[in-house]
Design a protein around this ligand. Structure first.
Ligand code: VGL
Ligand code: ZN
Length: 213
């Protein structure tokens, strides 16, 4: 039950895909637990955007594309430093599919990112060159949405970068903390929460969204 949030508000569910859940190629600890919370949250929204990390098999964010390099090392790409990841979310594979428990039918938009071979895309607004737009901002504005709630995987990468971009673009931004899970590479989770606070991104709990208005 509870109240339904207005047409000016959207829930953005980030990367609820098999490869980011336990057993997947880039498993986020308890990633599947976030999905249950997102499903509950989704019933309070009229606009729900699901994002999908969607890489070609030879994507430059993969360690396998850089002979001699290992996952979690870094390389310098055209746009700057890039962490190298295990091969994940390859287009058309099971790992790239939404997790079976994600209630994707509730989605009013599904947006893919990371499909340019030479550019990674953590944020669902801009690729990692911070210039190539995904089109999501235009979509949200055309729909009259000025407030976004972010949830999903991973807190310290795709959720963080999406939250910072949304804030920079002028949206009111709330990260629903218990509806996210992090990778936590060398303290990146704590650093991400700090960065959100410094940027003016609001952090909330799902209970505050579901029960209040
Ligand atoms: C992500 C690393 C690489 C994420 C995606 O969804 O946070 N992280 N690709
Ligand atoms: Zn990726």
């Amino acid at each position: 039950m509870g109240t339904i949030r207005g047409l000016n508000q959207a829930l953005i569910a980030v990367d609820l895909q098999n490869d980011f859940c336990p057993g997947g190629a880039l498993a986020v600890p308890e990633g599947d637990r976030a999905i249950l919370v997102v499903n509950r949250l989704s019933r309070s929204f009229q606009h729900i955007v699901y994002t999908q990390d969607w890489h070609p098999a030879d994507h430059l964010s993969f360690a396998s594309s850089h002979p001699g390099k290992k996952a979690y090392e870094t390389v310098d790409l055209a746009y700057g430093r890039q962490i190298l990841w295990p091969t994940h979310c390859v287009q058309g594979t099971r790992g790239a599919e939404f997790h079976p428990e994600a209630d994707v039918q509730s989605g009013t938009l599904i947006i893919r990112k990371g499909f340019h071979r030479a550019i990674d895309s953590y944020s669902t607004f801009f690729e990692n060159d911070q210039r190539t737009a995904t089109g999501l901002a235009g979509y949200l504005r055309d729909r009259g949405i000025d407030t976004v709630y972010l949830a999903g995987l991973a807190t310290d990468f795709c959720v963080l970068w999406s939250a910072l971009d949304a804030h920079r673009l002028g949206f009111r931004v709330f990260v629903v903390e218990d509806a996210c899970r992090g990778i936590d590479l060398n303290g990146s989770l704590a650093a991400a929460l700090n960065e959100m606070d410094r940027a003016g991104v609001n952090r909330v709990q799902s209970a505050e969204i579901i029960e209040s208005r």
